[in-house]
Write a protein that binds this ligand. Structure first.
Ligand code: URA
Length: 208
């Protein structure tokens, strides 16, 4: 599929997500948050669900967790333009509660299409919900995020071999600033795969 055909697929998907009413979350959303970035990226990140700011703007990770995420990307020399970024849920759960199993089931069809068409070499799962979903999808044994964060896990998929890199959700550093050190350390697992024009140093880049 060439670039313009692929762009058309993503434009259609974006429209379908904007109009989706497959679960009750559509009733309380301001905007659905479809995902954004380079549709040909080697690295895709999957978060949990939009929060207040994401719901208002219709874009992923634009609030405080997004500031943490941008710093983590910068620590390995990556920019938002070089990755594809999306979520398990496309609509904000009220009061930012955890996604419900039925909401996840209703929403992951569009995520599966994003994975299929971006077809990244690396999938970074941000937090428990994304890690659990991707482990199940690719038939990995269930694991606690604390046991696998920062590891590089090889999987064979119908779209070719991939590496899964789970990390804690960036929001943890907004509640507990000590967690930032751990997140930056785990994020260095992306470093060997960030050489595609990104500015990579031997130690974590210091990012404001
Ligand atoms: N947290 C997420 O998991 N996703 C977002 O888009 C924002 C915050």
């Amino acid at each position: 599929m060439d670039r313009s055909q692929k762009q058309k697929v993503f434009d259609k998907l974006r429209k379908q997500i904007a109009e989706c009413a497959r679960c009750p979350l559509h009733k309380t959303r301001t905007n659905a948050v479809p995902g954004e970035g380079d549709i040909n990226a080697d690295i895709m990140f999957i978060g949990e669900a939009p929060g207040h700011n994401e719901d208002l703007q219709g874009k992923p990770f634009v609030g405080r967790a997004g500031e943490v995420f941008n710093r983590l990307l910068c620590s390995v020399g990556l920019t938002r333009e070089q990755i594809y970024l999306c979520n398990i849920l496309k609509c904000r759960p009220p009061e930012n509660r955890n996604p419900l199993p039925g909401e996840i089931r209703a929403c992951v069809g569009s995520l599966d299409l994003q994975i299929k068409y971006v077809n990244p070499k690396i999938i970074g799962t941000l937090g428990n919900f994304a890690t659990t979903y991707i482990f199940e999808k690719f038939h990995l044994p269930p694991a606690k995020i604390s046991a696998v964060a920062g590891r590089v896990i090889d999987v064979t998929t119908p779209f070719g071999p991939k590496k899964i890199i789970p990390v804690f959700h960036p929001a943890v550093a907004t509640y507990n600033s000590d967690k930032m050190v751990e997140l930056v350390t785990h994020f260095q697992a992306f470093r060997p795969f960030c050489t595609n024009g990104a500015k990579v140093t031997e130690t974590a880049n210091v990012c404001s």
